[in-house]
Design a protein around this ligand. Sequence first.
Ligand code: NAP
Length: 194
Amino acid sequence: MRVVVIGASGTIGGAVADALGARHEVVRASRRGPVRVDVTDAASVEALFEGVGAVDAVVCCAESGALAPLEGSSDEEYWSGLGGKLVGQVNLVRRALPWLRDGGSVTLTGGLIPDGLAHATLGHLVNAGLVAFVRAAEAEMPRGVRLNVVSPGWVRETLVALGMDPADGTPAADVARVYAEAVEGAVRGRSLEV
Ligand SMILES: NC(=O)c1ccc[n+]([C@@H]2O[C@H](COP(=O)([O-])OP(=O)(O)OC[C@H]3O[C@@H](n4cnc5c(N)ncnc54)[C@H](OP(=O)(O)O)[C@@H]3O)[C@@H](O)[C@H]2O)c1
């Protein structure tokens, strides 16, 4: 397969690109990567596919949302995850479809936020929105194209980087296996929790 991984220089995206790269041709993209794209910029996403051409799968592990309090944060700070992680990934699906071969797939990234994590309202909104979008949009996928979202909890390498206890984190390589199942398997319209 020919697979585009967006966010391939990141913690999760790097592990996904490595896992898929063992079996498939992987195009590693990000804002500053060998192949450049910014999922917040529609023209940049168009340019990515014009450059890469037809693909069998698109995986997005890019963007995130900051933790920001409901009261007291600026609008820019509060809504930062909306344009990239939610709207950016939805726009990516819309723009990827014409370039996906029959029976191909798009795999997005959501997340599982631990109970009690402060200032995570926007994150909950974005992740719930992605799950709802994927469930609903599956019915509109053309030519057998499958759409899923992987919803990871804390990744072990991220907890280590943040100086937090890594005990409850899942290794990035294990998270990457779930993305690989989404790309190589038959699942459709699902949130895959890991
Ligand atoms: N790590 C965790 O514990 C965890 C847990 C749950 C959910 N998640 C979710 O998983 C996703 C990836 O997390 P991560 O920890 O792997 O992030 P990360 O290590 O910060 O990597 C982010 C990747 O995305 C690229 N990127 C960022 N903004 C982009 C944009 N606008 N357009 C294109 N590429 C962009 C970055 O490269 P450039 O800077 O070169 O663009 C990088 O390759 C996020 O949505 C995050 O919320 C992560």
